[in-house]
Design a protein around this ligand. Structure first.
Ligand SMILES: NC(=O)c1ccc[n+]([C@@H]2O[C@H](COP(=O)([O-])OP(=O)(O)OC[C@H]3O[C@@H](n4cnc5c(N)ncnc54)[C@H](O)[C@@H]3O)[C@@H](O)[C@H]2O)c1
Length: 261
């Protein structure tokens, strides 16, 4: 489905970013994986090559901090140099800090906006500038969340940051249509990743519940099981493909039916 296309995935060292990277390779694409966590990134690279049997040249890894323009610029340029082109960007890097809104420190609020929203904005602009320069079109998929629609308690900053992603996605789709850059978002829920475990731990600290038991209950009701990162990856791959040209500016729920709007 991706036929040699090059996709840059942020926050790719684990969880959903790793699942998306695997799905890109499965679909015949090539992947550039960026993350803050260099050790995890190297492990992820080895794991992907082993599991997919793809040539080493199809997987490029680079250090990346999405909140720093210079880091993003370096990482995208290095990936473009390695592959000779860029076609897709997946803004997956994200963070959550749980807690009642009344107790949320401004630092924690700002941190989540900085990574989730400002990071996405920086990466989108840097990617679009490179495509403009190369005279090419492309596609962007942003990781929002069903939290950006539902508004779950005790995670107001995260919810609001994901709602901002939904709005940014809609705006950039309209603004960049004449650049031939298609922009969509996905809204997952209940995906089996380290972030979901962090959420369970944080709830457990307040309620005294066992995080291991809690995380088992955090499954989409209709599906009755956790969503796996590779399943998110396969939807993202479709949105990156030419077949998705008729889907534009959307934020699509991929949460096992939990959010009906
Ligand atoms: N897990 C879920 O149920 C779920 C549901 C909805 C949305 N999401 C979203 O999906 C995305 C991935 O979630 P996950 O569960 O895989 O998270 P995760 O915490 O397991 O992985 C996130 C990755 O992003 C990296 N990262 C964090 N800050 C970074 C930065 N400044 N620059 C570069 N990399 C950075 C981390 O090192 C980590 O490897 C996030 O945007 C998250 O909000 C997750």
């Amino acid at each position: 489905m991706l036929d040699g296309k090059v996709v840059f995935v942020t926050g790719a060292a684990r969880g959903i970013g790793l699942g998306i990277s695997q799905a890109v390779l499965e679909a015949g694409g090539r992947v550039a994986m960026g993350d803050l966590d260099a050790a995890n990134l190297e492990e992820a690279r080895k794991q992907l090559l082993l599991e997919t049997g793809k040539p080493e040249a199809d997987v490029y890894t680079t250090g990346l901090n999405v909140t720093e323009e210079s880091s993003v610029g370096r990482a995208l340029s290095a990936a473009e140099k390695h592959f000779g082109q860029l076609d897709g960007l997946v803004n997956n890097a994200g963070v959550i800090r749980m807690g009642p809104n009344i107790d949320t420190r401004v630092e924690d609020w700002n941190f989540q906006f900085e990574v989730n929203v400002t990071g996405t904005y920086i990466c989108c602009n840097a990617f679009a500038a490179r495509l403009d320069h190369a005279g090419r079109g492309g596609a962007i998929v942003n990781l929002a969340s069903n939290a950006g629609k539902v508004g779950y308690p005790n995670m107001a900053a995260y919810n609001a940051s994901k709602a901002a992603i939904i709005s940014l996605t809609r705006t950039l789709a309209a603004e960049w249509a004449d650049r031939n850059i298609n922009v969509n978002a996905v809204c997952p829920g209940g995906v089996n990743t380290p972030m979901l475990m962090d959420v369970a731990k944080s709830i457990g600290e307040r309620t005294g519940e066992d995080p291991e038991a809690l995380v088992k209950t955090m499954v989409p009701a209709q599906l009755g099981r956790h969503i796996q990162p590779i399943e998110i990856g396969r939807t993202v791959v479709f949105l990156l493909s030419d077949d998705a040209a008729i889907i534009r500016g959307q934020s699509i729920n991929i949460d096992g039916g939990d959010t009906p709007y």
